[in-house]
Write a protein that binds this ligand. Structure first.
Ligand code: G6P
Length: 366
């Protein structure tokens, strides 16, 4: 059953491997031909999305990183301005809510105290409506929101979130496509088509597991790591760093690669592994020169790169090639090797992978 480990050594590993299946599940019945079905978000979605002149997304932890990816997507593909904030900040400042703003919460559990309090607060501020994207049907967040979309990841037992995150990303792409369509803009048939191939491409990517396990040996004795990404892959770098911190207790930071020169480059030496995701997008050339900056300082680079970009292994650069995917969906795919990397590092370090110290699966008190 969903709550047993089966043949896997840890729930986290099982949940990583479930991703092709649950990504299929979150798409089920929500696409028609090469278009998204807006009503997946409920009967009021068409009207509310059409009205939405701005979107505010609030979440905590890993869910917050998914929200950050959504900002890149919604602005680029649905042309709607987006603000993203952690719930514990939002609820205690005095946010100014412009006319026509839609409020979105993201949560695996639907019970995170800060996120729930942010929703209750937001309802007093004049938003046009509220949407919860959540994995637990009947949870508080779901019950108290105008619209809901369930992520259908099934029970997630590992404290470090994996499949809940990638299914949230799929849900957020469905949101992006729905908002664009509701406003009479592009339907992005190419992205819809790519979504349908995503479960398979994820499967191919998980097959890199043994290569990634080998790579993990380089991290077991390290005390720090730096994750780099650009554009929608900056939040993926943040999520990669969070996973490593949570389960291996190695201090990890993430930076948008263009910010390297404004500080973190000072930390780079041969003791500092630098992990970078290099999908095939219009920031690739810029990313490559960022990587040269690291290399010139003796940093050890670990690059997850699109098979077509031609980044080749050299001294101090290890490369793992990922299958090519539509650039809109690359953040989803590049999450997988970073999950596996953290997992294997944690196993090598002998930590309690599924129950890391000091952390809880769902934080229901402030
Ligand atoms: C806790 C968990 C994280 C999770 C965060 C938000 O900190 O350890 O894995 O991302 O809560 O949880 P939510 O259920 O709201 O997504």
């Amino acid at each position: 059953g969903a709550a047993s480990k089966g043949d896997y050594r840890h729930y986290m590993l099982k949940e990583i491997y479930e991703q092709p299946t649950v990504i299929q599940a979150v798409l089920e019945g929500r696409l028609s031909g090469n278009s998204v079905l807006i009503e997946s978000f409920g009967p009021d979605a068409q009207a509310l999305f059409q009205k939405a002149r701005q979107i505010h997304i609030i979440a905590c932890g890993t869910s917050y990183h998914a929200a950050m990816v959504a900002r890149y997507w919604l602005e680029r593909y649905a042309c709607v301005p987006v603000q993203v904030e952690v719930a514990s900040e939002y609820r205690y400042r005095h946010p100014v809510v412009p006319e026509g703003a839609l409020f979105v919460t993201l949560s695996q559990s639907g019970e995170t105290a800060d996120t729930l309090a942010a929703l209750r607060f937001a309802k007093t501020l004049g938003y046009v409506g509220t949407l919860a994207i959540c994995n637990v049907p009947g949870s508080s967040l779901v019950r108290e929101s105008d619209m809901t979309l369930m992520t259908r990841a099934g029970p997630e037992i590992g404290v470090a979130s994996t499949k809940a995150f990638t299914t949230q990303l799929v849900a957020l792409m469905l949101l992006t496509l729905s908002v664009s369509k509701a406003k009479g803009q592009e339907e992005h048939a190419g992205i819809v088509e790519a979504l349908q191939t995503l479960p398979d491409v994820c499967k191919q990517t998980l097959a890199l597991d043994s290569q990634i396990e080998q790579l993990s040996q380089a991290f077991a004795e390290k005390h720090h790591a730096l994750f780099l990404g650009r554009g929608a892959h900056y939040p993926i770098a943040l999520e990669g760093a969070l996973k490593l911190k949570e389960i291996s207790y190695i201090h990890a930071e993430a930076y948008p690669a263009g910010e390297l020169k404004h500080g973190p480059l000072a930390l780079v030496d041969s003791e500092m592994p630098v992990i970078s995701v290099a999908p095939n997008d219009d920031l690739l050339e810029k990313l490559k020169s960022n990587l040269q900056e690291v290399r010139a300082r003796g940093g050890q680079l670990f690059v997850f790169a699109d098979e077509n970009v031609g980044i080749k292994p050299e001294d101090n650069i290890q490369v793992i090639e990922l299958p090519h995917i539509h650039e809109a969906l690359a953040p989803l795919l590049y999450t997988l090797p970073l999950q596996l990397l953290s997992y294997h590092v944690a196993v090598l370090k002998g930590t309690d992978v599924d129950q890391p110290r000091n952390l809880a699966k769902s934080v229901t008190v402030e």
